[in-house]
Design a protein around this ligand. Structure first.
Ligand code: PLP
Length: 383
């Protein structure tokens, strides 16, 4: 057995990032500044959208994006039960009512047929999550959105590199939201980004992300001379700093290289785990590109003889860190008590949430790490 615990989602950080952080510290400008502006520019160029607003997290990105829609009380936003709680909380904090549409049991992405069933006269938007990096069925979702005049906010926390029919995810909806949290495909420690082609939204989101102060207030202490700022809205402290952007700039330059490495690990798992009584990720849909952010296997106790939670513990004993993405949203007491959600409302997501295990797939993994994960899985299932 390996000596050292394999931390789940540990990021690959290069010397370039470390040097850029040191340079940022020495520059004396560590808050929002020129590196944040450059990271916004390079990120929107990579994805292919007109405007970018860097923020402190994807949670902030989602919150501001829903706020931009200007929901009235009672307005509904349809999202997936198979996501991180931030997606749902963003809708609540922006004054909306979240409505869940169950996922497809194979792709684990929001099912457009279920979305259609949930549309009411109060529906204003749909928030799909490209789960694990697999693009949602955007043709069907955009057709629904067009037919019912709904906005689409894409949660691209897993999906920087994903493509659907030749177009990057995050370019279909009105707004796309990204995460640079430590376990994600590009990391800045904590960080997020909103991309849009809507100039009005972008201008307003920049202001909202920095206290509601008028445009470019971050420059008020620069060598251009002191500038007064005027508060035009009650905004938030959601800005990204140059310390974060310093990491992001170099992470972004290696985004394709890291994707290739994760793809290699993905293919190895597909090959080496194929004979086990686990359900592996569904094959890619034609003409799509999967970001390979999460490799999830289903531990169905009736097939494996071991429960999912016992499997997690056993992997831990083998010194392999794992994750659970995610318990379905209706499993959480807050939503049960305040929104009346029940796990039986979204049976596909609930089953996935109770069986799923995410295996490590960071670009940092060595071939030996990957072999250790495979050995551990085989050993645990052997009992
Ligand atoms: C990580 C994640 C978020 C939140 O991202 P933060 O940057 O940590 O705020 C939102 N949605 C999904 C699907 C995520 O995986």
């Amino acid at each position: 057995m390996r000596e050292k615990f394999l931390v789940f989602g540990s990021p690959l950080i290069g010397e370039e990032e470390i040097q850029e952080v040191v340079d940022t510290l020495r520059s004396g400008w560590i808050g929002t500044g020129p590196r944040t502006a450059r990271f916004e520019q390079e990120f929107k160029d990579y994805v292919g959208r007109n405007r970018a607003v860097a923020v402190g997290s994807c949670t902030a990105a989602l919150h501001l994006s829903v706020l931009a829609l200007g929901l009235a009380p009672g307005d509904e936003v349809i999202t997936t039960p198979m996501t991180f709680c931030a997606t749902v909380n963003a809708i609540l904090h922006a004054g909306g009512t979240p409505v869940l549409a169950d996922v497809d049991p194979e792709t684990m992405n929001i099912d457009p047929a279920r979305v259609a069933e949930k549309i009411t006269p109060r529906t204003r938007a749909v928030m799909p999550v490209h789960f694990a990096g697999r693009p949602c069925d955007m043709d069907a979702l955009m057709d629904l959105a067009d037919a019912h005049h709904l906005d689409v906010i894409e949660d691209c926390a897993h999906a920087i590199e994903s493509e659907y029919h030749g177009k990057k995810t995050g370019t279909f909806g009105t707004l796309g939201c990204y995460s640079f949290y430590v376990t994600k495909n590009v990391i800045t420690g904590e960080g997020g980004m909103i991309l849009t082609d809507n100039e009005e939204y972008a201008d307003r989101l920049k202001v909202l992300a920095l206290h509601g102060m008028s445009a470019d207030a971050w420059k008020r202490f620069s060598d251009e001379g002191y500038k007064h700022y005027l508060v035009t809205e009650a905004g938030f402290k959601y800005n990204m700093t140059d310390m974060q952007a310093a990491l992001g700039l170099h992470q972004l330059r290696r985004v394709e290289q890291n994707w290739l490495r994760r793809t290699e690990i993905w293919d190895t798992y597909d090959r080496e785990l194929a004979d086990l009584p686990l359900a592996l990720p569904a094959p890619d849909a034609p003409d799509t590109r999967h970001a390979h952010h999460l490799y999830t296997v289903m531990v169905d106790e009736t097939r494996t003889g071991i429960s999912r939670d016992d499997f997690l513990q056993a992997m831990n004993k083998h010194k392999i860190g794992t994750g659970v993405h995610y318990l379905a949203m209706p499993e959480h007491p807050y939503y049960q008590q305040n929104l009346g959600w029940k796990p039986t409302d979204t049976p596909n997501a609930t089953r996935i949430g109770r069986q799923t295990v995410s295996l490590p797939i960071s670009a940092k993994l060595t071939d030996q790490d990957v072999a250790d994960v495979i050995d551990a899985v085989r050993d645990v299932l052997r009992g």
